[in-house]
Design a protein. Structure first.
Length: 272
């Protein structure tokens, strides 16, 4: 059974909901040069498919080397270099950050298993998880290409656009938290923590006052998450899945906050 077909069945709804969330929340550009291809996804789908197949083959080659030569004969740095070499890297980062984080998590799953001298069967299991993330990512980019062709996705900017409303700010905060997970999965806990602090200072504090009027306890809870719970989870020892759980809990609270602000604005308009 082909991985693409299996993952289309297993992940289609998740991809659709995730991409629709990006449509409403806006997009944040990738770090560094991203290339014009991200704004013309459809024209590059063939290239992305080739790159994913190339990546699957390259990672299989690394694991085969480990099987025959052991960890001393295996260059695990290649696992990172291969991923950073392809354009598909920025195509998924700019369109579906949660899967982008899963890819990094998968890369390090293989890398750490090899470096720990795990049995080949365990390394292969990590490789299967990584391959699944690649195919899921390709599906997400194909779906994004359809939305982009219909004009439903904003053009990816090299500089970040400021949200203009409080609900849009909360959506932006949720997307930034996805990037926190991605950076942590890349083994960059300091960069992840920096995003948390920056998001709190330059996004959350801007809506704090209006939210306090609606639910002071919710604001206090989110303040603790931003300043204590999430930074503590980003200590470099916590698993990516545990960090993701903290972020997902925060995103549920942010959704509640958004609903409160939207309802408050509706009531204000009704009064006047």
């Amino acid at each position: 059974m082909q991985p693409q077909n299996q993952l289309r069945k297993n992940h289609a709804l998740g991809l659709i909901f995730g991409l629709f969330a990006l449509v409403t929340a806006g997009q944040v550009s990738a770090n560094g040069a991203i290339g014009d291809h991200v704004n013309d996804l459809k024209a590059h789908l063939g290239q992305y498919s080739e790159e994913v197949n190339w990546l699957v083959g390259k990672y299989d080659g690394v694991v085969n080397t480990y099987e025959t030569k052991g960890k001393k004969g295996t260059d695990t740095q290649q696992l990172i270099d291969f991923w950073e070499e392809v354009d598909f890297h920025s195509a998924i980062e700019t369109n579906y950050v949660p899967v982008y984080a899963n890819i990094w998590q998968g890369i390090y799953g293989v890398k750490q298993a090899i470096e720990a001298g795990k049995p080949v069967a365990e390394v292969r299991a990590e490789q299967d998880k990584l391959n699944s993330a690649f195919w899921q990512a390709l599906g997400a980019v194909k779906l994004a290409a359809q939305f982009q062709e219909k004009g439903l996705l904003a053009k990816v900017q090299t500089t970040e656009a400021e949200p203009t409303t409080m609900p849009a700010t909360l959506d932006d905060i949720k997307h930034r938290l996805d990037r926190v997970v991605a950076k942590y999965a890349e083994k960059l806990p300091e960069a992840a923590t920096s995003i948390v602090h920056d998001t709190y200072l330059h996004r959350f504090e801007g809506v704090e006052g209006a939210l306090i009027e609606q639910d002071a306890a919710l604001v206090e809870d989110l303040e603790k998450d931003f300043n204590v719970t999430l930074p503590q989870a980003l200590d470099g020892k916590t698993s990516v899945d545990e960090v993701r759980k903290v972020v997902e809990s925060m995103q549920v609270k942010l959704d509640k906050a958004k609903s409160l602000l939207v309802e408050a604005e509706k009531n204000r308009k009704d009064v006047f």
